[in-house]
Design a protein around this ligand. Structure first.
Ligand SMILES: [Zn+2]
Length: 281
């Protein structure tokens, strides 16, 4: 008889859970931005306490987001700057033509938007997966080129997502700060089918970001939400979508929050809270 065989099933399940938790932390452990699930994290938001508690392995059906697919679109990409011609190519966005992609902005100390959006997306992904969701990203690394905005927009339908969240940061005047949620405006034959649901998503996302203690923009949009018809990522989506400018990278306060792991985790907590509010889970 080996020492496992006389253990009760609940004990074995508990051990198995520990092994799973350690394994799940593996692939991201090499990142400089490893999402922290520690219950002792100083910025643990109310929504996070759900997943920070030890989860008894009673089957994945017990998790709140099981069966849901979330598409995340980390804005821009690390290779864009070195491939100006490729990202300048024009693509059709439903009501006109736009550049395939852009380089994005950066903090005044040089922390680039593409790195910020990718780091936040990984944190959102980890949090959503801990809640049982399937998460798909429009790009898998931060050193590639593109994809183009039309591809980013179509991505949600391609992976059968319930919702798409596009993650960005703004580059505005120094005194400007706070987040803006951008929702699709009416583009005939393109966005009419997702207008109402995306509008609900925008309202839920604003509430989620406020849950995390993040400030609404003091310079743009009415009360944190604006409708846009000029963004390919929104126009080309066939699932409910919002694009979030999480803050202004040129503002000292926003830049400090964005440049640290604790601050990025707070943005991730807000995005997840918004998604959960929209899904009612
Ligand atoms: Zn951007």
């Amino acid at each position: 008889m080996n020492r496992w065989s006389n253990m009760r099933p609940a004990v074995l399940a508990g051990l198995f859970g520990v092994v799973l938790a350690v394994t799940a932390g593996g692939p991201l452990a090499a990142s400089d931005d490893t999402p922290s699930m520690s219950p002792t994290s100083p910025l643990t938001a109310p929504a996070e306490t759900v997943q920070s508690q030890p989860t008894p392995l009673v089957g994945t059906a017990a998790l709140p987001l099981t069966g849901l697919v979330i598409a995340l679109d980390p804005g821009h990409n690390g290779g864009n700057a070195a491939h100006a011609a490729r990202i300048a190519r024009r693509v059709f966005v439903g009501n006109g033509w736009k550049a395939c992609n852009t380089v994005g902005t950066s903090t005044r100390r040089g922390y680039p938007e593409h790195r910020f959006t990718f780091a936040v997306a990984l944190r959102v992904k980890a949090r959503l997966e801990a809640l049982g969701a399937t998460v798909r990203l429009t790009r898998q690394t931060d050193n590639g080129v593109g994809p183009c905005v039309d591809v980013r927009g179509r991505f949600g339908a391609r992976v059968s997502a319930d919702v798409t969240i596009s993650i960005h940061a703004d580059g505005s005047a120094l005194s400007h700060r706070g987040f803006v949620v951008m929702k699709p405006g009416r583009v005939p034959r393109y966005t009419t089918d997702i207008l109402a649901r995306s509008s609900r998503l925008a309202t839920a996302m604003r509430a989620g970001l406020l849950d995390a203690g993040l400030p609404i923009a003091n310079y743009y949009a009415a009360n944190g939400i604006v409708s846009r018809t000029d963004l390919g990522t929104l126009n080309m989506s066939d699932v409910p979508v919002v694009m979030v400018e999480l803050g202004n990278m040129k503002n000292a306060g926003d830049a400090t929050r964005m440049s640290g792991a604790v601050g990025r985790d707070r943005y991730a907590a807000g995005l997840v809270a918004g998604i959960r509010r929209y899904l009612g889970r």
